[in-house]
Design a protein around this ligand. Structure first.
Ligand code: C2E
Ligand code: MG
Ligand code: MG
Ligand code: MG
Length: 284
């Protein structure tokens, strides 16, 4: 389809562009509406100790329940939200829901660490630290119960500002994880300077780890690097027992993926945790 329009004359091409722009404008208007009409929802995925299958934390993912298109994943609207400058208010909403959930879990004496993905743009908002402090105060939650995940690439555009913010977040006591690790271009020397506690090995290396020597080699190198730098390693995208077993042999014991649980509604996390049976994982 795309190819045939490129083969046509420029008229076809510009019509396509116009169509794309209209689509985008529509989506922008709809996204504004989504925020004001509360069509955004949060899902969560448990993170486990692969040796015992105890749950260590949960990672929150945003979703958009679009009135016509159904449930949308972030890939279809986050870049647009960033472009529209609405990502920070969106992050604030996610953080509020996440910290409220930490308090709820704590009350029920359940696992109480939650990871939230933040965008590179959020790191440029000085008020983020105060906002977090207020949330911890409001819900009586310890900062160490919140993990903030940011992509390796989040530090590229404004490295100095981003680094300053990471240091302030670290001083506040939240934990920091470098997401999608291995997909960017960070140098090892640079990573050592970041106040992060975890690196998360990207799904693209993990899903076929048991079949791809290349991906196993990359993952192995990341695990060794993390160990030498005293960082935790979290594998994401574990879909099969064989991958889990291989990761354990390689020295990585913390992970998440469809093998343990697909993401589900955040509101159901407490109930899910209560019915979770660590010893039954292989049977599920
Ligand atoms: P991420 O933080 O690296 O999250 C992992 C993604 O992999 C999630 O996609 C998750 O649903 C998916 N996943 C989990 N387990 C498996 C598995 O076993 N196999 C496969 N194939 N995929 C798995 P999702 O929810 O579509 O999110 C995509 C990205 O969007 C996230 O990547 C994160 O960077 C970003 N994101 C998600 N929620 C938020 C948010 O609230 N705020 C911001 N700023 N970014 C978010
Ligand atoms: Mg993440
Ligand atoms: Mg990731
Ligand atoms: Mg990702």
């Amino acid at each position: 389809q795309y190819h045939s329009s490129l083969q046509g004359n420029s008229q076809v091409f510009s019509t396509d562009m116009l169509h794309y722009t209209n689509d985008k404008l529509t989506l922008m208007a709809e996204l504004r509406q989504a925020i004001s009409e509360q069509q955004l929802e949060l899902y969560i995925q448990p993170q486990v100790d692969m040796r015992s299958h105890e749950v260590l934390a949960g990672e929150v993912y945003i979703r958009w329940r679009h009135p016509k298109r159904g449930l949308l994943t972030p890939d279809s609207f986050l870049a647009l939200a960033e472009e529209m400058g609405v990502i920070y208010p969106l992050t604030q909403w996610v953080l509020n829901e996440a910290v409220a959930m930490i308090a709820k879990l704590k009350q029920a004496a359940l696992v109480s660490k939650i990871a939230v993905n933040i965008s590179s743009k959020d790191l440029l908002h000085d008020e983020l630290v105060d906002a977090l402090e207020q949330l911890f105060d409001k819900y009586q939650v310890a900062p160490g119960q919140l993990i903030l995940e940011l992509k390796e690439s989040a530090l590229v555009a404004e490295p100095v500002k981003a680094m300053t913010m990471l240091q302030r977040l670290h001083q506040l006591g939240v934990e920091l994880a470098l997401d999608d690790f291995g997909t960017g271009l960070s140098s090892l020397a640079y990573i050592r300077q970041l106040p992060v506690q975890y690196v998360k090995v990207d799904c693209s290396f993990i899903s076929d780890l048991h079949k791809s020597d290349m991906n196993a080699a990359i993952t192995g190198a990341i695990i060794d690097m993390a160990r030498n730098l005293d960082l935790g390693v979290i594998a994401e995208g574990i879909e099969e027992a064989a991958v889990e077993q291989k990761l354990l042999r390689m020295g990585c014991s913390r992970g998440q993926g469809f093998f343990y649980s697909r993401p589900f509604e955040l509101s159901g996390f407490a109930v899910w945790l209560k019915q979770w049976q660590p010893d039954k994982v292989k049977l599920q």
